[in-house]
Design a protein around this ligand. Structure first.
Ligand SMILES: C[S@@+](CC[C@H](N)C(=O)[O-])C[C@H]1O[C@@H](n2cnc3c(N)ncnc32)[C@H](O)[C@@H]1O
Length: 250
């Protein structure tokens, strides 16, 4: 959309400069500070998260222990993709940032994992078949809904009949995180004029976007998912939900 922030450029810069910290903004994971111990601790968090998502899918939808194919949207450096790959015959990671994909590929090679493909977009992933489990965590919150809603539609279409979804979105935030743009109309006009003349000077920011939960749930239902389970999420005052669902077989 015109005038909208280019979050894809932000993530490519973040992946090149501070990939682990950009995924989990904990000072321990800053590029200059990482050693093999903190790297292990970082990747271990992914095993814990996937164990939890899987347990919820088992509890509410009777999900199996092993999947033929898993997909992780916004795979980053592979924190969730590796544990997903351990549970599946093949796995695919989507990430728009070439820098993130490069770091993820390096990690997969180090681990000797050869059942994973990395691609940039859902459209590319769709050429690799359908998936039994499509996951996305702490990703859509960084994509403007004007683009994110269509991406969610692409992801829902890639779930096999009877397959599972775990998809996190943010929906609202605490008052201190609401943007307080007090600029008057003239200042806003001048700002737009400046932005149209000069390329953005602050590429590499982490920005947050809230989604309309009803709109996302309606999309999920329309795509053939009959039942869902919601789990509230709260990351430092950014609130949302992990949406778990199973696609019907009809
Ligand atoms: C906060 S990180 C989370 C990574 C991973 N989901 C995890 O939990 O470890 C967000 C990731 O989403 C990716 N991303 C951002 N916008 C994207 C888009 N439009 N399409 C695909 N990936 C995107 C970023 O490059 C980044 O790797």
């Amino acid at each position: 959309m015109r005038g909208e922030r280019d979050t894809d450029a932000d993530w490519n810069r973040l992946g090149a400069e501070d990939p682990f910290w950009a995924v989990i903004t904990d000072e321990r994971f800053r590029a200059g500070k990482m050693d093999s111990g903190t790297r292990d601790a970082f990747y271990q968090t992914g095993f814990g998260d996937i164990e939890h998502f899987h347990a919820v899918l088992r509890q509410h939808f009777n999900a199996p222990d092993h999947f033929e194919a898993c997909l992780d949207f916004g795979a980053g450096v592979g924190r969730l993709l590796v544990p997903l790959a351990k549970r599946s015959t093949r796995a695919v990671g989507i990430d728009i940032a070439e820098s993130m994909r490069a770091m993820c590929q390096k990690h997969l090679i180090e681990l000797g994992v050869s059942t994973v493909s990395l691609v940039a977009t859902p459209k590319e992933a769709a050429t690799l078949g359908l998936f039994d489990w499509v996951n996305s965590y702490i990703v859509l919150q960084h994509i403007p809904p004007s683009r994110g809603i269509a991406l969610i539609g692409d992801l829902l279409a890639m779930v096999k009949p009877g397959g599972f979804l775990s998809l996190q979105i943010t929906t609202h935030r605490d008052a201190h995180l609401l943007s307080q743009d007090t600029a008057g109309p003239l200042r806003k006009l001048l700002r737009r004029f400046r932005d149209s003349l000069f390329p953005r000077h602050d590429v590499g920011q982490i920005t947050m976007f809230d989604y309309d939960l009803d709109q996302v749930l309606a999309l999920i239902r329309k795509a053939g998912f009959q039942n869902h389970h919601l789990e509230p999420t709260n990351h430092g005052g950014h609130h949302g939900f992990m949406i778990y669902a199973q696609k019907g077989t009809g």
